[in-house]
Design a protein around this ligand. Structure first.
Ligand code: EPU
Length: 429
């Protein structure tokens, strides 16, 4: 298994190209199941999760073609996928595949909408909490699906097709909203989704579905209306920039000091996080090429933050902010309200010398004068990258183990950081 070696203490200076968003790419790839025509996705990040989903979709009969490199292509362009679900050969998503990536459970919606049946393994627990799918099932039932749970599988059917209906989510859920939209797109009649997730990735997927001929309005607000259509067609869509990757590198710069342009980043996708970074003492400015983050003199100021659904501070940046706050001049408080167990990074940050006290869903972080390198490892993607941020400011060497978590969600992380002056390298094996 690969490891990443970091020697801390160098400021980051330069520019980093922001990749396409993982959490838009995955549902966009899944949306390809809704049509027998080809969906072309541009600006797709090269991530392990994308490769894994490609395999999962392959099991249903989906063909994914990646055209070769063309003149002018750079590693920063992202790549283009031509995805064709001309013929669906299997409506079962087995445990071996779904258990590797939770989002693959979402195939249930397009399979059911297009084929009238789907059998998808329950995803099971994961490192950041229990993450149930009851609300996704509720949404499908509201559209007329009959659902049974059998041997660890959700068995869904809709003889004669899904029917439009009203779905009110008691809690904001990104996966629930994606599922409801995809199912409603091919349902008979109109659907209203209330208390929908407002994450930018929802709007990006709805945008693509509308290019495919769907009739979705209100995506990006908490009230989404979908007028079902009989058939969807192919389309071409470019994935929006990754706001979590943007926020992660912004916090890395806030941590080390320096001056970096995050190329292609869009401030409106992460305003709440940018406000917190500014409050912590960094300068954040929007330019026509992206977002510039710098911290010259002065230290890191403590903050109090509570995670919340968009447009609030994202849970996917909670671990990274905690890493930053380990070096703040004072005491910070971070409260996690989305996932009940998303604090796996706390004990690893402590190995680098951080002082963090956990009380239920709130972490109190006493800033320390210095961190010291150590071997660390993390059990999920965002926790892993928080260790990288801490290591960039730690004295001496940090070895981050289990790098495959990072590869799931960060494209060429070590290249992007080392181009800005970080001492970071991948050690294979
Ligand atoms: N929930 C339920 N029942 C459900 C579904 C969700 O109780 O049926 C709860 C969850 O347990 C959680 C809350 O609702 O407490 C929100 O979960 P949500 O459904 O919004 O999360 P998700 O769709 O499974 C996506 C992202 C996550 C991100 C969350 C929250 C993708 C592929 N995943 O997950 O991203 O943290 O939304 O913003 O889009 C990551 O990228 O590292 C990651 C974990």
């Amino acid at each position: 298994m690969d490891r990443i070696r970091i020697v801390g203490g160098r400021p980051l200076v330069g520019s980093i190209a922001i990749s396409g968003a993982k959490n838009a790419t995955l549902p966009l790839m899944i949306a390809s199941l809704l049509t027998d025509q080809t969906l072309v996705l541009d600006n797709v990040p090269r991530l392990a999760d994308v490769g894994l989903l490609q395999r999962i979709l392959g099991n249903h009969g989906v063909d994914v073609m990646v055209p070769g490199k063309r003149p002018g292509d750079t590693p920063d362009n992202g790549h283009t996928l031509h995805i064709s679900a001309a013929r669906i050969v299997d409506t079962t998503a087995p445990y071996e595949l779904v258990s590797k990536m939770r989002a693959s459970f979402w195939v249930i919606a397009p399979l059911l909408a297009r084929m009238g049946e789907a059998k998808v393994s329950l995803p099971g627990g994961c490192a950041i909490g229990t993450r149930p799918v009851d609300l996704l099932i509720m949404a499908l039932e509201r559209l007329g699906a009959k659902i049974d749970i059998d041997g660890g599988y959700v068995v869904a059917s809709a003889k004669g097709g899904l029917k439009g209906g009203e779905i009110r989510f008691p809690k904001v859920t990104v996966g629930g909203t994606h599922t409801a939209i995809m199912a409603a797109a091919l349902a008979n009649g109109s659907t209203l989704i209330e208390n929908a997730a407002r994450e930018p990735e929802i709007a990006d997927v709805a945008d693509c579905l509308n290019k495919m001929g769907a009739k979705i309005s209100g995506a990006g607000t908490s009230r989404i209306a979908v007028e079902g259509v009989a058939k969807l067609s192919g389309a071409r869509h470019s994935v929006l920039p990754d706001r979590i990757e943007t926020g992660t590198y912004a916090m890395a710069v806030a941590m080390t000091g320096g001056d970096v342009l995050l190329e292609g980043a869009r401030p409106e996708l992460l305003q709440s996080a940018l406000d917190v970074i500014a409050q912590s003492g960094s300068e954040v400015s929007a330019t026509n090429q992206g977002i510039r983050v710098s911290r010259k003199n002065g230290g890191i100021m403590p903050v109090e933050v509570t995670t919340a659904p968009f447009p609030g501070f994202p849970t996917d940046l909670q671990a990274q902010l905690m890493a930053l706050m380990t070096r703040a001049k004072g005491t910070s408080r971070i409260t996690e309200t989305i996932f009940e167990n998303r604090f796996m990074h706390v004990q690893e940050l402590a190995r680098l010398g951080a002082h963090i006290h956990l009380d239920g869903e709130t972490a109190t972080i006493e800033g320390v004068g210095k961190l010291k390198g150590a071997p660390v490892m993390a059990t999920d993607l965002r926790a892993s990258v928080s260790l990288v941020i801490a290591a960039l400011a730690a004295e001496g060497e940090t070895m981050v183990n289990r790098v495959y978590h990072l590869d799931r969600g960060f494209e060429r992380l070590e290249d992007k950081l080392s181009a800005c002056g970080a001492a970071i390298e991948r050690i294979s094996g």
